[in-house]
Each structure stands twice: as structure tokens, then as C-alpha cells.
Design a protein around this ligand. Structure first.
Ligand code: ADP
Ligand code: MG
Length: 432
């Protein structure tokens, strides 16, 4: 067993202040949108109809979703923790625009570790004699913001004895990030347990009113830090997932909210009129949300899909090809995109993907510090994430906030990103 420090940039990276503020200003809107979609069965059914024919994993999640709806939800309190990620697209005239890459509605991570990175960069700047610059770095504490949401959900669940359960990976590579959030809960005198799907299969049970118990201990909130990749689901783990979803416990997220975070949903949201249909009476929220959208394209069977597939094969560097997967390392770019699309363009498999315009940010120089890696200056680009947290009781949103930010930076030779994927590193925005 080896412990490494989390990778980080030597220096903070410049981020345009207007875009940073724009990203914060739209976060409550995205919380509202995700929460609304999670309650819209018709939209989820229609949007994912083609995808679940071609993608087994999404189909399996959808099956659980339908099953719990049929039985009737026991859950009455809902907790969302998401992270909306953006890049700064560089226009021909050199101005940058905020473009959403995706929104993560399950296991959005690094809120804990990034609550410490501003301190690191402040110290580095002071060592370099840049005391004035150091004082400009913003405070940032997503760990506290996320814990606030979990604590609120725990309180509304209404059982003093009940615990919060972190559902964690078999091999725990990011435990310290999770501990930052956990410690905030202990500080509020809320008990936390850490369990794997396998433990739930072995120890989990529901009582007559579908309260969830782990070895006799009642669970108020299940906070998933696992469960978004197909590989971890064997038969027992699927059964455990179903048990959790059927329970009264507050799931963060519930299965509907996980489905609301799929790339297919993201693509359908960009269709003209779609946001208006989903959020009637919220024209300003819609305008703020839409202003962050990049070009997104359906590959569903038919003329529209044929046309965009042909365009992407002819000019692959303009696009990113995305399957319904999370966690980094799954998207296709450039020549590989062209080859794959060429192969599947006439098969139903095509509909398990979406296409997106490739965002092209202006690179900047930085050092990426990573255990056992040589120190060298790299051309880098950054991705800004804003954490959102909300709690709904029945039909009422009782909490809806932005909970802090995350800046991740990677060398430009990597098309795909992700800190956990070993490509990006933690960074701090220096507003300009
Ligand atoms: P995942 O769910 O695997 O994190 P993302 O959509 O966030 O999927 O893509 C992973 C990474 O790929 C991003 O962090 C970013 O570095 C890169 N990427 C994704 N979409 C685009 C895009 N449209 N333009 C440029 N890079 C992208
Ligand atoms: Mg991502």
C-alpha cells in the first residue's frame, strides 16, 4: 500500500474573471434543471429510448429506475451534489467563451482536496516573493459546502440515530478527498460509515417501511462515490444498487438524477425549445444555461445523424465522440474518432454515442507536479468545475447553492482529462 500526494500545478493558472463569475452565476440554474429532469419520466424515457437499445449499462440503470417508479418511491428527501465543468473556448478574435464540457451528477470528486489547494499555491507564491499576488487567491471550501447539503438531507430524514453512508470503491484511491467531506460531518456530530456495494449486498436490509439498515444500523443518506462505471457491477452489486434505490434513504444521487447526468441528456438539452419545455417560466435561467452550451449532436439513426457523422468523418479534429461513460479516458478524438465512426456509422451502435464540438482553449505554461514524474515546463489548458448542492423535500427545493470550485489543468498533448485518470492535476484559479 502506497500513499502519494495528489498531483498539482506549481503555479496557479490565469482564469478570466468574467467567465469565472458566469460559471458561478449559472450553477443554481443547473441545479434546478438537473432536479427537474430527474422528476420528468416522460423526458428521460424519450431521451434515452435510442441509447438504451445500444448501451447495456444505461439500459440496466434505466431498468432500475422504472422498477422503483413502479413500486412507488419511498424516498421523500432528495439531495443533489453535482459539478458542472467548463473550458474556455478561444474565439478567432482571441476572446474566450465559457463552454460546458459536462455536468457530473454522481460521485463528482475533488471537492475535498481542492479545499486545500489555494493554501498550497498561496504559500508557493509567497516563497517566490509574490505576496501581493498570493493575497488575490480566493478562499474555496467545497468540502464544507457539500457537507452542508448532506447534513441538511440527514436532518430532514429525521432520525437522530441514523448514519450517513459513503458508498466507496473496492480499491480506494481517493480516500483523502472523501475524508475532507466526512470530517465536516463528524464536526456536526453526524455519524459516517464507509461501505462498498459488496457490504450492502451482505449486510443491507429494508424494514416494512423500506428504511435501510446496515447490520442493524439505520442509514439516512447514501452518498455514492462509486457506481458510475459498468465494470464494478456484478450480479450482487446490481442487487445491492436496487436495494439502495428502493429504500427510503436519501440517495445522493437517486438513480433518476444519475440518468439526468448522461451525455445523451446533455445533447438533447441543446435542441431548440427543449429548455423552454423543461423549465417553463424561467426565461433568465434558460438564457444563462444556454449561453454555456457548445455544439452537441445526436447520432441517432436517421438523416440528422447521417449528416453529422459524415461531417465528423471528413473533419474529425472539429469534434469529440462521447459514449455514455464517466470517469475520463472514454472519449475519442482525431484519427481514432474517424476510424470508429467510419466503422459504426451504419450500425445501431452509433446511437450509444453523441458528438460534441471540440473546445480549443489558449494554452499557458506551467509545471505539473506528480509523484515520480520528471519536473518540466508544459503547455497546459485548464478546466473549471463549479460544485452545486441542493436539497428537495417533496416538491420544495429547500436548499440550492453553488458550493465552491475546482480547477484542473493538463498538458495539451492529452486530449482527454481527469485527475483520477492520471492526466490532469489540481490547480487554483488566478483571476484576471
Ligand atoms: P468524463 O465523464 O469521462 O469526465 P468528459 O465529457 O468530462 O467525460 O470528458 C473528459 C475530458 O475530455 C474532459 O475533462 C476534457 O479534458 C476532454 N473533453 C471533453 N469534451 C471536450 C470538448 N468538447 N472539447 C475539448 N475537450 C473535451
Ligand atoms: Mg468529466
Amino acid at each position: 500500500q502506497v500513499v502519494n500526494y495528489a498531483p498539482f500545478t506549481l503555479l496557479p493558472s490565469a482564469v478570466p474573471q468574467v467567465l469565472f463569475e458566469q460559471a458561478y452565476a449559472v450553477q443554481q440554474d443547473f441545479n434546478l434543471l438537473v432536479d427537474t429532469i430527474s422528476q420528468n419520466k416522460e423526458f428521460l424515457e424519450q431521451t434515452l429510448a435510442s441509447t438504451i437499445k445500444a448501451d447495456d449499462f444505461t439500459a440496466r440503470l434505466f431498468q432500475i429506475y422504472m422498477q422503483v417508479l413502479e413500486e412507488g418511491l419511498a424516498q421523500t428527501v432528495f439531495l443533489g451534489i453535482n459539478r458542472s465543468d467548463y473550458m474556455f473556448d478561444c474565439g478567432l478574435d482571441g476572446t474566450a467563451a465559457l463552454r460546458q464540457i459536462e455536468i457530473n451528477t454522481i460521485a463528482a470528486s475533488f471537492g475535498g482536496l481542492t479545499s486545500r489547494t489555494a493554501d498550497v499555491h498561496r504559500l508557493v507564491l509567497k516563497v517566490l516573493g509574490k505576496t501581493e499576488e498570493a493575497s488575490h487567491l480566493l478562499p474555496n471550501n467545497p468540502a464544507k459546502g457539500l457537507a452542508l447539503g448532506i447534513a441538511k438531507a440527514w436532518e430532514l430524514y429525521g432520525s437522530q440515530r441514523a448514519v450517513v453512508m459513503f458508498l466507496v470503491e473496492e480499491i480506494q484511491r481517493n480516500i483523502f478527498d472523501q475524508r475532507c467531506v466526512e470530517n465536516e460531518l463528524w464536526n456536526r456530530n453526524i455519524r459516517v460509515i464507509r461501505k462498498r456495494f459488496w457490504d450492502v449486498f451482505e449486510q443491507g436490509s429494508l424494514d416494512g417501511s423500506r428504511r435501510l439498515y446496515m447490520d442493524g444500523q439505520e442509514v439516512a443518506v447514501v452518498y455514492y462515490r462509486e457506481g458510475y462505471v459498468p465494470q464494478i457491477y456484478n450480479q450482487q452489486n446490481w442487487e445491492a444498487r436496487l436495494l439502495l434505490e428502493r429504500s427510503r434513504a436519501v440517495k445522493c444521487p437517486d438513480i433518476a438524477t444519475q440518468l439526468a447526468g448522461t451525455k445523451k441528456v446533455q445533447q438533447e438539452l441543446s435542441r431548440p425549445g427543449m429548455l423552454e419545455k423543461l423549465l417553463p417560466g424561467h426565461p433568465q435561467a434558460i438564457a444563462r444555461i444556454r449561453a454555456t452550451f457548445a455544439g452537441l449532436y445526436s447520432l441517432d439513426e436517421g438523416e440528422e445523424g447521417d449528416r453529422i457523422a459524415a461531417t465528423a468523418i471528413a473533419d474529425p479534429d472539429r469534434f469529440v465522440l462521447k459514449p455514455q461513460r464517466e470517469g475520463g479516458g472514454n472519449n475519442l478524438y482525431g484519427e481514432e474518432l474517424r476510424q470508429v465512426l467510419e466503422k459504426i456509422k451504419d450500425s445501431p451502435e452509433r446511437t450509444s454515442y453523441i458528438l460534441m464540438d471540440k473546445i480549443k482553449p489558449q494554452p499557458a505554461l506551467n509545471y505539473l507536479l506528480r509523484a515520480h514524474s520528471p519536473l518540466q515546463v508544459s503547455e497546459c489548458i485548464s478546466e473549471l468545475g463549479i460544485f452545486g448542492v441542493y436539497v428537495r423535500q417533496g416538491q420544495t427545493l429547500v436548499l440550492n447553492q453553488a458550493a465552491g470550485h475546482l480547477l484542473r489543468t493538463k498538458a495539451i498533448e492529452h486530449a482527454d482529462g481527469g485527475v483520477a485518470a492520471g492526466v490532469a492535476v489540481l490547480d487554483t484559479p488566478y483571476l484576471v
